[in-house]
Design a protein around this ligand. Structure first.
Ligand SMILES: Nc1ncnc2c1ncn2[C@@H]1O[C@H](COP(=O)(O)OP(=O)(O)O)[C@@H](O)[C@H]1O
Ligand SMILES: [Mg+2]
Length: 256
């Protein structure tokens, strides 16, 4: 079983849309409790899922790091450790069948070693309450490489329907190796393919990059329509082509 699932790929390839729909299916299939983690600095997973976010880990980290540097007292006379735990709990938003944690902005200059260390331990502890942790990540994989979100059981590389985008996920894969990220399984999802079909050059590129193709998600006007209307994608009809393709991928992975 893949406990921790993360999506990575270039901006605009569909990581957030796919991650949101995966979370939705896992919840529907009774595979919860699920912790959804938005680890993209440009956070918007909550919009796909249709929930409001109040606090981010990035804000908390800045706040406590600032207190560390300036010697400003921690509110309520708490220890730094207790305060971080209390604030981290506030950063967990409750959705329908899942909880959500937003990593938010990346850290500024200087040493965040203490704060990062405490946060890492607390996120580890928090993760143990869930059946799955599903992470919407950015191409640079900062939070994964820093170890904040722990080890990854399944890395989903999300690519557009283009050779260059396949090459880009090939590089992300290499980066994951270089960063020595602990991965059990890595698979490719090609998104936005017209009619869900791949051309020969794209198939060749996938092979050249040594990527394992998990599935193809078609270009789906329902996604564009929902996005344009500001509607959460999780409300899309079950028979919309992209949703069906994602369900097939999850079934193939024996996740649902
Ligand atoms: N299968 C698809 N069909 C049509 N539009 C899509 C599809 N997947 C994603 N999109 C659109 O592509 C854009 C980028 O998607 P998003 O999930 O935000 O990508 P990322 O998180 O990788 O930046 C969004 O406008 C989204 O509506
Ligand atoms: Mg995104």
């Amino acid at each position: 079983m893949y406990k921790t699932i993360a999506a990575a790929g270039k901006g605009g390839t569909g990581k957030t849309s796919i991650t949101g729909l995966i979370i939705n299916y896992l919840v529907e299939a009774g595979k919860g409790p699920i912790l959804a983690v938005d680890a993209d600095a440009n956070s918007n997973l909550n919009e796909v899922l249709g929930i409001e976010i109040e606090e981010t880990i990035g804000n908390i980290r800045e706040e406590v790091n600032w207190a560390e540097r300036t010697g400003e007292p921690i509110p309520g006379g708490m220890t730094k450790m207790d305060y971080l735990e209390y604030r981290l709990n506030q950063a967990v938003s409750e959705g329908n069948g899942y909880d959500m944690l937003v990593m938010g902005r990346t850290q500024g200059e200087g040493c965040y070693c203490y704060v990062n260390g405490v946060l890492k331990r607390q996120i580890d502890k928090l993760s143990s309450n869930y059946n799955h942790v599903v992470i919407d990540n950015e191409a640079g994989m900062e939070h994964i490489s820093r170890g904040t979100v722990g080890k990854i059981d399944l890395l989903l590389l999300v690519s557009d329907y283009s050779r260059r985008s396949i090459q880009a996920v090939g590089r992300i894969r290499q980066l994951a190796d270089e960063l020595k990220i602990e991965l059990n399984e890595v698979g490719l999802i090609v998104n936005k393919a017209p009619n869900g079909e791949l051309t020969e050059p794209i198939k060749e590129e996938i092979e050249k990059q040594g990527l394992d193709l998990l599935g193809v998600v078609p270009l789906d006007p329902t996604i564009s329509e929902f996005d344009a209307n500001g509607e959460p994608l999780v409300n899309m009809p079950d028979d919309s082509p992209a949703k069906k393709a994602i369900k097939d991928i999850l079934a193939k992975l024996q996740l649902i």
